[in-house]
Design a protein around this ligand. Structure first.
Ligand code: SF4
Ligand code: SF4
Length: 388
């Protein structure tokens, strides 16, 4: 049964979900009414409605019947794409960004060093690479030191395509990641971004995707310099809503970095979306802002999160917020707290330079334009002339 039919059949109109959600408040009295509207074809005349939901699953957590309006909106988006009525014009910048993230200017697959077979690949994701190439490189160095046989894959999990309903494009991107990882000989993926982790667990389970934060809490973090002890609140990304292990790993990393935590009301399973979820910001920037404000207003302390996109949107809406990797690998973490989100051109430069810096370590002295988008193990050895 589709989620739309389930909602029509089971929603009692209690509005427990509506109280927590700006999207529902704007577009309906209750989800049953919304579902009946979609059933009657309202999404074809008002396609911005299904595209304004953050697909964050908070409604499912709140609903006594376990109903998920996000799943229904996702089904409706998919239907609109199949009927040729979407993606919408407002989605063009997202489609352009998606193309960039998987272009040869950023995409890269580097096996581990010549001295060891590649056992696993670190997948930092597009958003963390845009936020801080330094954090990606320091994390990668540390993983290589503690877990020899770790390679790296730069790229994007395909979330923008997936969330706007372009399933075929998304599958093409996922197939590319799978091919790169198998080609380098890895059988495990260490994933930094919670959304990438969610997508890769669902679509590439045979490659054993694991959260970076769980791995770091297992192997331990490098000794951090003595620092003033702060109390932070944690913003859990909505993509980690059902990931209990990831949530507790992040908290153990914050404590291991020498800081305290004071939880906000909406954390872990009941977290609010930062406003970027479901790519809803493309059609509803006001809703995106009001979602961000819910988290910011909830917190009495500066925030720490583990999704670079959440960090960017909450910072853009005035939050003092760090990525958890800043606490572990960034010597200027306090300054970072006040850093605004990178503007799009700087984000692209960061991604490009990350690729260049990784290639530079292989001592390839060629300009970017002539470099291959991905380097398999054998050609990497040749290009590297056997030099570690
Ligand atoms: S919480 Fe569930 S039953 Fe209540 S209004 Fe929302 S979808 Fe309907
Ligand atoms: S998925 Fe999130 S944004 Fe969408 S209706 Fe549910 S709570 Fe609201």
């Amino acid at each position: 049964m589709s989620e739309m039919d389930k909602i029509i059949e089971k929603c009692t109109g209690c509005r427990l979900c509506v109280k927590e959600c700006d999207f529902l408040q704007q577009y309906c009295n209750n989800p049953k009414e919304l579902a009946e509207g979609f059933k009657a074809g309202k999404h074809r005349t008002n396609p911005e409605i299904p595209y304004s939901c953050n697909i964050c699953s908070l409604c499912e957590v709140r609903c006594p019947e376990g109903l998920n309006v996000g799943k229904m909106c996702f089904e409706v988006r998919h239907q609109l794409v199949q009927e040729g009525l979407a993606p919408l014009q407002q989605h063009q910048p997202l489609k352009d960004a998606q193309d960039w993230y998987v272009s040869d200017a950023f995409k890269l697959a580097l096996p581990a060093t010549v001295a060891s077979e590649t056992k696993r690949a670190f997948f930092p994701g597009c958003a963390l690479s845009a936020y801080s190439p330094d954090l990606v490189l320091k994390t990668y160095d540390y993983l290589q030191q503690k877990l020899p046989g770790t390679g790296i894959v730069l790229g994007c999990c395909g979330a923008p395509a997936y969330l706007i309903g372009e399933q075929a494009r998304f599958q093409e991107i996922i197939d590319g990641i799978e091919a790169d990882i198998i080609k380098m000989g890895a059988s495990e993926i260490i994933v930094a971004c919670p959304y990438c982790c969610h997508a890769l667990k669902q679509y590439l389970p045979h490659l054993n995707p694991r959260s970076l934060y769980t791995v770091l809490s297992e192997i331990g973090i490098p000794e951090v310099a003595e620092t003033e002890r702060h109390t932070f609140s944690v913003h859990d990304p909505c993509s980690s809503r059902f990931e209990n292990e990831m949530q507790s790993s992040v908290r153990s990393l914050i404590e291991a970095s020498g800081h305290n935590i004071e939880e906000i009301e909406h954390s872990k399973g009941s977290t609010h979306c930062c406003g970027l979820g479901g790519m809803a910001f493309a059609v509803s920037s006001d809703l995106s802002r009001s979602k961000a404000r819910r988290t910011i207003d909830d917190a009495r302390h500066d925030l720490v999160t583990y999704c670079a996109s959440c960090r960017g949107n909450l910072a853009a809406n005035g939050a003092h917020i760090l990525h958890v990797l800043d606490l572990i690998f960034n010597d200027n973490e306090i300054e970072r707290r006040f850093a605004p989100p990178a503007d799009p051109s700087l984000a692209m430069d960061n991604q490009k330079h990350l690729k260049l810096r990784l290639l530079d370590r292989t001592r390839i002295e060629k300009p970017l334009e002539t470099l291959p988008g991905k380097v398999d193990q054998e050609s990497w050895r040749q290009l590297n002339n056997g030099v570690k």
